[in-house]
Design a protein around this ligand. Structure first.
Ligand SMILES: [Zn+2]
Length: 278
């Protein structure tokens, strides 16, 4: 067993008290490596709860800077952070919350060119993005690399999430390909209730902690949806689709291709914040 310090035993005591987690589970959390893609509405609660829980290595990748319009839901960023790279703002809060956590901050976008190289170092990936091409990119990269991940999406008053482990239904089993750009509403066009981001992000954080500790039943082969207006939660059973273009019997997607019309970025980690990308 890890030799927890007295302070760590105190910090993590409410986990250690849980029969299903205990000191052994807390040790697994402290040894966990989790990548959160997007330090926005979903990434904020995911990062805060995983940092509080003591996840050993937290990677965060996001190419944006903090904007005043983000603060209504992206609770890891504060008013004085406006204009700062989101990954730096997030890293500062995580370090203040829990100095045990090693934060790897990448101020760049996840692309077809860098995705496999970035995710390879992590045990679990969290999709906290707000656009369809990157959601499909995360799915394809994780399926190809055999990495577990949590998909999350929010819009207006609604949220949806599923967890993928190798061999279970993936996001493309459900949604074959991204909708045309003009057909898919985004939060910036349609709005989102701030607290909905917190509701979905904390579900994703709970899935990560369950995965790391081997506790309970993950949202695999299930899609959880909710509507905060009615507080109606629903779980839809999913099946792995034999015709899925990435995880099916005869996949047509066998490598990542640029998803945004630009040439795939091949600079790897070069544009990360110096010394912060391992
Ligand atoms: Zn699939």
């Amino acid at each position: 067993m890890t030799d927890f310090t007295d302070k760590q035993i105190e910090r993590y005591s409410r986990h250690i008290l849980l029969q299903d987690i205990g000191a052994e589970g807390q040790e697994k959390i402290c040894n966990g490596k989790v990548l959160v893609v997007g330090a926005g509405g979903l990434g904020s609660p995911v990062l805060l709860y995983l940092a509080a829980a003591g996840v050993g290595t937290l990677g965060v990748i996001d190419g944006d800077t903090v904007d005043l319009s983000n603060l209504q839901r992206q609770v890891i960023h504060f008013t004085p952070d406006t204009g700062k790279p989101k990954v730096i703002s997030a890293k500062e809060k995580i370090n203040r919350l829990n100095p045990d956590v090693n934060v790897i901050a990448c101020h760049e976008r996840l692309t077809a060119g860098n995705a496999l190289d970035i995710i390879k170092d992590y045990d679990f990936i969290v999709d906290g993005t707000d656009n369809f091409p990157v959601k499909f990119l995360i799915n394809d990269a994780c399926v190809l690399a055999g990495k577990p991940f949590s998909h999350g999406g929010i819009l207006r008053f609604e949220g949806q999430t599923l967890t993928h482990l190798p061999g279970t239904a993936c996001y493309r089993c459900l949604f074959h390909s991204p909708p045309p750009p003009d057909a898919a509403p985004s939060c910036s066009q349609s709005g989102v209730l701030g607290a909905v981001a917190g509701m979905l992000g904390t579900i994703q954080a709970a899935e990560v902690l369950k995965f790391l500790t081997g506790t309970g039943e993950l949202l695999t082969n299930r899609l959880l949806t909710f509507n905060a207006k009615t507080m109606h939660f629903q779980t839809i059973t999913l099946k792995k689709n034999p015709n899925c273009p990435v995880c099916g019997a005869h996949p047509t997607i066998t490598e990542l291709t640029a998803t945004d019309g630009r040439t795939a970025c091949t600079v790897g980690l070069k544009s990360c914040i110096p010394s912060e990308c391992a």
